[in-house]
Unconditional design. Structure first.
Length: 99
């Protein structure tokens, strides 16, 4: 995270003294959340358990999307093709998917 640098020559804080017009001093404040993020990730992995297989999960999601976009009637297929052409949906493989 980049350090905070107040705008130079800000009349509200004084010249370059770091003191505001009311005499209060500016204080640099930073919070390092790195350790909290590491802890959060460790807790997520523990909750998922040792049997969690990310490749299997992704393949299952792909199969679900293939099923979702299969068996479309002509109007649904036209709308799907329009959405793929517009870049709203990604093109998918399969017999009913858009080219």
């Amino acid at each position: 995270m980049a350090p905070h640098h107040p705008a130079p020559d800000d009349p509200a804080r004084g010249a370059d003294t770091g003191v505001g017009a009311d005499g209060s001093a500016l204080v640099d404040f930073a919070v390092d959340l790195t350790s909290q993020e590491v802890l959060r990730r460790a807790q997520v992995m523990e909750a998922l358990g040792s049997g969690w297989d990310p490749v299997e999960v992704l393949l299952g999601e792909e199969a679900a999307y293939d099923l979702l976009y299969s068996g479309l009637d002509a109007e649904q297929q036209r709308l799907y093709d329009d959405l793929v052409t517009a870049g709203v949906l990604p093109a998918r493989g399969g017999r009913d998917a858009a080219p």
